[in-house]
Design a protein around this ligand. Structure first.
Ligand code: HEC
Ligand code: HEC
Length: 315
């Protein structure tokens, strides 16, 4: 009898949990072995076209809590201290280190340029108050993000949200529909082609990778990404988006309205959010609007929606 009840309860919790299986491709949790092969600062100075510099890898990434390099200072208004340098005393890393000075970000964090300022500020407040965190406890940078939000003052939250909201969204993502993809390894949470050069079936995944690995590793704010998606996924995603009425809240062509813009943004980031909503790990003030939307999404639905939104132009 006891066992029967236990199974019964298990059944309930499984039914209440997400119909989608964990989208490993969207989280890209790095392995320690892969981290050990990340390129190191050997003193070499690098340049990028028309950029400030030269900078070493350490300077580009803001090693030892130094402000990360600003390759294109004319791209953006002056940055506040918290964005450009963080505040090591309070454990805050420069926003520009991960989201870049122009808000382009990387698939493992978030592209935040041009999103509504109130939306961005609300996210920071909700991370601070515990209403938003990642469904993946091994995703260290998401936990770091929560820690930064915790340490930020209300004035810093408003200022940083305003800074990124005022920037033009400039994330070039090229969507490629394909049956096979280069075999990948995750480094710093980003998928990079495996050195073997092997290919493998894409399966039901989106694989987002830098269009130019060298430039992305130097944190080039102008470098783009490729999103490999299963053949037919954007068209299926488009049909599902119409059925679920995404545009009713996210605006025409999903460029943003009451709800934030999701067109042309990182498919890995967006898929993580859909899964996080589904798991109940994003349950802030406005997250309730997303609950009925994500409730019945399957793993394939998340792939199709992410492939579709990535294929839309940002502006
Ligand atoms: C160590 C890297 C890192 C740094 C530094 C960082 N972030 Fe983030 N940020 C992240 C990650 C990772 C996410 C996405 C988490 C996820 O995938 O769930 C994120 C998400 C966000 C979001 C949510 C975006 C959205 O569309 O909802 C905002 C807003 C944000 N960051 C603002 C900031 C600000 C402001 C700073 C500077 C105080 C900052 N971040 C510094 C890693 C970072
Ligand atoms: C009833 C209104 C509504 C509908 C319909 C809706 N959304 Fe949302 N969505 C929202 C709101 C509001 C937010 C912001 C939630 C918050 O502040 O936490 C949001 C947030 C999101 C986010 C997170 C964005 C970020 O930057 O982190 C994604 C991804 C998303 N929606 C995708 C979709 C997709 C895909 C559809 C259609 C399948 C959809 N939404 C339909 C209201 C809606």
């Amino acid at each position: 009898m006891k066992t029967a009840i236990a199974f019964f309860l298990l059944g309930i919790s499984a039914a209440a949990a997400a119909p989608s299986s964990y989208p490993e491709w969207a989280y890209g949790v790095p392995t320690p072995e892969n981290e050990a092969t990340a390129p190191r600062d050997d003193g070499t100075k690098y340049t990028l076209p028309g950029a400030a510099g030269p900078f070493t890898r350490g300077q580009a990434g803001g090693a030892n809590r130094t402000p990360p390099a600003d390759w294109y200072p004319n791209d953006h208004p002056p940055m506040s201290k918290i964005i450009a340098a963080g505040d090591p005393g309070r454990g805050i890393t420069a926003c520009a280190g991960c989201h870049y000075p122009n808000g382009k970000g990387r698939p493992q964090n978030a592209n935040i340029a041009g999103l509504n300022a109130d939306y961005l500020a609300r996210q920071l407040r909700e991370m601070k108050s515990g209403l938003r965190h990642s469904a993946e406890p091994r995703k260290k940078n998401a936990q770091q993000m929560v820690d930064f939000a915790h340490a930020m003052t209300e004035a810093e939250i408003t200022e940083a949200a305003g800074y990124y909201a005022a920037l033009p969204p400039t994330v070039p993502i090229k969507v490629v529909q394909t049956a096979t993809v280069p075999k990948m390894r995750s480094q710093e949470g980003m998928w990079l082609p495996h050195e073997s050069g092997a290919r493998e079936p894409i399966g039901m995944r989106v694989i987002e990778t830098p269009a130019d690995v060298d430039r992305e590793q130097l944190r080039d704010p102008h470098a783009g990404f490729i999103a490999y998606v299963p053949r037919g996924a954007p068209a299926k995603g488009k049909r599902l988006a119409a059925k679920l009425g995404c545009a009713g809240c996210h605006g025409e062509d999903l460029k943003g309205a009451d709800a934030p813009g999701i067109a042309g943004r990182s498919p890995s980031y967006l898929a993580r959010q859909l899964y996080d909503f589904q798991q109940g790990d994003r349950h802030g003030e406005m997250a309730a609007a997303m609950q009925p939307v994500v409730e019945n999404l399957t793993a394939a639905d998340i792939v199709n929606l992410a492939a579709y939104t990535a294929s839309l132009s940002v502006k």
